[in-house]
Design a protein around this ligand. Structure first.
Ligand code: TRP
Length: 373
């Protein structure tokens, strides 16, 4: 079992990591964000309680195994290490690239069920929707005054989303949502934001806003750090990016039969033996990686054991590994689905807690800005 798959803290620089580690990208030089994250992991291992963490998801559909191994499991780990965690359901953000957010209530409740099923503990962690914390949203106004239009237009993640948007024109929310995200992060004075690499530009916007607010009005906010997840990306069953909207994702809430069917239809190649070689054989390697993640094992070893069994043996291994790893989570999820009143109560309590904190932060902001009359 390597540190890189489980998300256990590693502070080792790239050149001193074990040469046997065969995970995607693990031998590439570390970026400065990865180096910073490794340092932060060392601090988390020393004392997680000094971190207040905020991260979240857009409620656009069921969370899948890519989310689980990419970020969700990491949230549970940080919670269990004693960090204070806020999990945001970013419902306004759904409206960045579409006119209407469909089935919002179903998706919000579904997300909350996924969180609870995987081990987010509502006694320690706040689960809330940003639309339900009015004072959080009001932070958008002073924050917008701290960024320039060209800065908003330069954001590479926003540019990419505009390129893939199905809308004929770009909404104002599309350009300003990274600033809204700064409000998400700063309303609770989070100092750590676990994210994927695509979200780094947004954390940069947040850092810039926190600094500029301090320069203009005095210190209210910490300058938060991004914490990059080290789990390598899983591909969808068609070999593309695993995505809620592409029909290529295995949902956390999928049944064992649905899982078997999705994996049966997954793209592979006809080369024997099975090997773990993400660059040359992305589809086969992603299936190997999924099995390895579920089994907490090294992907190269998993591939070697399947060897000449080829694609059919690989699929059997992956199906069994996923269904075993997620059996308890899925059972818990089904139980929660049978008790929607409980789940709604958790979200309402989270909303109330978030709103209370947002009110208090907004009061500090207005005081710093001379707006208490
Ligand atoms: N933009 C994130 C996504 O699309 C969701 C999100 C909204 C978020 N606000 C956040 C993530 C604040 C981290 C911190 O997945």
């Amino acid at each position: 079992m390597t540190a890189a798959i489980t998300g256990a803290p590693t502070a080792a620089p790239a050149e001193s990591r074990p040469a046997g580690s065969r995970l995607a990208g693990s031998l590439a030089p570390m970026s400065s964000a990865q180096r910073r994250s490794a340092m932060l992991e060392a601090e988390i291992a020393r004392d997680a309680s000094r971190f207040r963490i905020l991260t979240g998801d857009r409620p656009t559909g069921a969370l899948h195994l890519g989310h689980y191994f990419g970020t969700l499991a990491n949230r549970v780990r940080l919670q269990d290490l004693g960090a204070e965690v806020f999990v945001l359901i970013a419902d306004y953000q759904v409206l960045t690239d579409r006119d209407v957010a469909g089935r919002l209530d179903d998706h919000v409740m579904g997300l909350a069920m996924d969180y609870l099923a995987i081990g987010i503990d509502p006694a320690r962690t706040v689960i809330f929707a940003h639309s339900a914390a009015p004072a959080l949203n009001q932070l958008l106004l002073p924050f917008l005054s701290l960024v320039s239009v060209p800065e908003l237009q330069r954001n590479p993640t926003v540019k990419d989303e505009i390129a893939h948007s199905r809308q004929s024109s770009v909404s104002g929310l599309m350009f300003t949502y990274p600033v809204h995200q700064a409000a998400d992060i700063l309303f609770c004075k989070a100092n750590l934001v676990p994210v994927g690499a695509d979200q780094l530009p947004h954390v940069e916007v947040t850092r810039m806003i926190a600094r500029r607010f301090a320069e203009r009005y005095g210190p209210v906010f910490p300058v938060p750090d991004a914490l990059l997840s080290r789990a390598p990306a899983l591909l969808g069953t068609d070999g593309g990016k695993m995505s809620k909207s592409r029909g290529n994702a295995i949902a956390i809430s999928a049944t064992a039969d649905e899982t078997a069917r999705l994996i049966k239809g997954a793209k592979t190649d006809s080369i024997r033996p099975v090997t773990y070689d993400p660059a040359a054989r992305p589809e086969v390697s992603s299936l190997v990686l999924l099995a390895a993640l579920c089994l907490d094992r090294d992907p190269a070893q998993v591939a070697a054991e399947i060897g000449d069994g080829g694609a059919s043996a690989l699929k059997a291994t992956v199906t069994e590994a996923v269904n075993e790893r997620f059996a308890a989570i899925r059972a818990r999820r089904a139980e929660l689905a049978g008790d929607p009143g409980y789940v709604r109560r958790i979200v309402r309590e989270g909303n109330a807690r978030a709103s209370e904190i947002a009110n208090s932060t907004l009061n500090e902001v207005r005081a710093a800005m001379g707006m208490i009359y």
